[in-house]
Design a protein. Structure first.
Length: 438
């Protein structure tokens, strides 16, 4: 009777997970975790036990691969994946009287990657395409499959801290296909690819250049909408036609022309000229400039980008810059305050996850040839798309963090491309630090 009376004095324990879906990686450092909140009427929450009692696929993770830490009402659950794939983990809370309650955590693990200890995974999106440092170890990342801008902690894997979507203010309902970004003071310029979609169809939203204003920094950084311009593609085509169709922009933007061809039209980089906040280099994935066998990468200076967005002025272009990147094109370009540039070089082709990628340094002088500093891994899932910031390139052993676009990658081995995954928590891009000097 005494034990029955004791049992009746407590309610059924409660359990809640901060996320029902979680993604990790084999041999990863700093994988995302889930908070488990528990309670029981009439009992001290610290006296409740939290365990993982079952895994539906032990080749991905066993119950022994799960660690629960913390005391009190909130515990932290971490999973050390042992294999690629999916598993459902049963998380159980046991009350002081033996009553239990459970929740299911849907877990997915991607394969081990090169530079694993130097990698972090930014979840909620798989198609990272441009990134801008906002100080304090935080970065705003754009996605070429949506118009959402996401704020992440660069040092930790996990979900964004904040998100912004300025589609309604810009006046678009479709994806801008954001591919490049550059910061001048408290203003960030974001550009769409300006090209046709993969089927060769013109989509007006992609012909968008817009700005956001940054206030604060780090975790407190906030973005507000500035302005937009929707004729940069048109201006580039008209300029090229006026100069003898040197780069074939009119043909590259013609109806039916796919953008990711050697003679296509696709913008993927944006950065300011040395010492300038008004002249920006527009970097092309396609076309390649046909100056040498294999082609040169192309930068076109927009000399009045501040007025283009600020007052709708027609873009004015400077002398184009052709860079020898070993037959590769621009995937991103970023500089530091000392006007030292890093260029991510990759293929112009659409299906290029196994094509060469390389990192180049450059001083921003059009007459000077960039210097190849290293090859980038091509055996990992995803393509290299963005440099967050540039360290002092005169310092031996300096490191830079690069991001991948994993949108077309089969992260979990089931044939599903990451951008098509049902649950955003399973979508992710990877940020990896690489040594870029010495």
């Amino acid at each position: 009777m005494g034990s029955q009376a004791q049992a009746a004095s407590y309610g059924t324990p409660s359990i809640a997970l901060s996320a029902g879906y979680l993604s990790g990686a084999v041999a990863a450092t700093g994988d995302p975790t889930v908070n488990v909140t528990v309670g029981q009427s009439g009992a001290d929450a610290g006296a409740l036990a939290v365990t993982v009692t079952a895994s539906t696929k032990t080749s991905v993770a066993t119950t022994g691969d799960v660690t629960v830490t913390g005391t009190g009402a909130t515990r932290r659950l971490a999973v050390a994946a042992r294999g690629r794939g999916y598993t459902d983990l049963t998380v159980k809370v046991t009350g002081v009287d033996g009553q239990t309650a459970t929740k299911t955590l849907h877990y997915a693990a991607s394969a081990a990657v090169q530079q694993g200890a130097d990698s972090r995974y930014f979840t909620g999106s798989s198609d990272a395409s441009a990134a801008v440092d906002v100080g304090g170890g935080y970065v705003v990342v754009a996605d070429d499959e949506s118009n959402v801008l996401r704020l992440y902690d660069r040092s930790a894997s996990g979900a964004p801290i904040k998100t912004w979507d300025f589609s309604s203010k810009i006046g678009v309902t479709k994806e801008i296909d954001i591919e490049g970004a550059a910061r001048a003071g408290d203003t960030i310029y974001w550009t769409g690819s300006l090209g046709n979609n993969k089927d060769g169809e013109y989509k007006s939203a992609r012909n968008t250049l817009f700005t956001t204003k940054v206030t604060g920094s780090g975790a407190t950084a906030a973005l507000s909408y500035g302005g937009s311009y929707k004729k940069l593609r048109d201006d580039l085509v008209a300029w090229d036609e006026a100069h003898g169709d040197r780069y074939g922009f009119a043909a590259g933007t013609a109806d039916g022309q796919a953008p990711k061809q050697i003679d296509g039209f696709n913008v993927e980089g944006l950065e300011f000229a040395p010492g300038s906040t008004t002249t920006a280099y527009v970097g092309f994935r396609a076309p390649l400039a046909p100056a040498v066998p294999g082609g040169k990468a192309l930068l076109v200076p927009v000399t009045n980008i501040d007025k283009v967005v600020g007052s709708g002025a027609t873009a004015v272009f400077g002398t184009p810059i052709e860079l020898d990147l070993g037959g590769l094109s621009i995937r991103d370009v970023r500089k530091n305050a000392a006007n030292q540039y890093l260029i991510v070089a990759g293929s112009w082709a659409a299906d290029d996850n196994t094509a060469p990628y390389a990192l180049y340094t450059w001083d921003g002088n059009p007459a000077h040839t960039p210097t190849k500093t290293r090859d980038l891994p091509t055996s990992d899932l995803g393509g290299w798309e963005a440099v967050i910031d540039v360290p002092d390139l005169t310092t031996p052993g300096a490191r830079a963090q690069l991001l991948t676009d994993n949108g077309s990658a089969d992260l979990y081995g089931d044939g599903t491309e990451a951008k098509d995954l049902t649950h955003p928590e399973w979508k992710k891009s990877r940020g990896t630090w690489f040594t870029v000097t010495g």
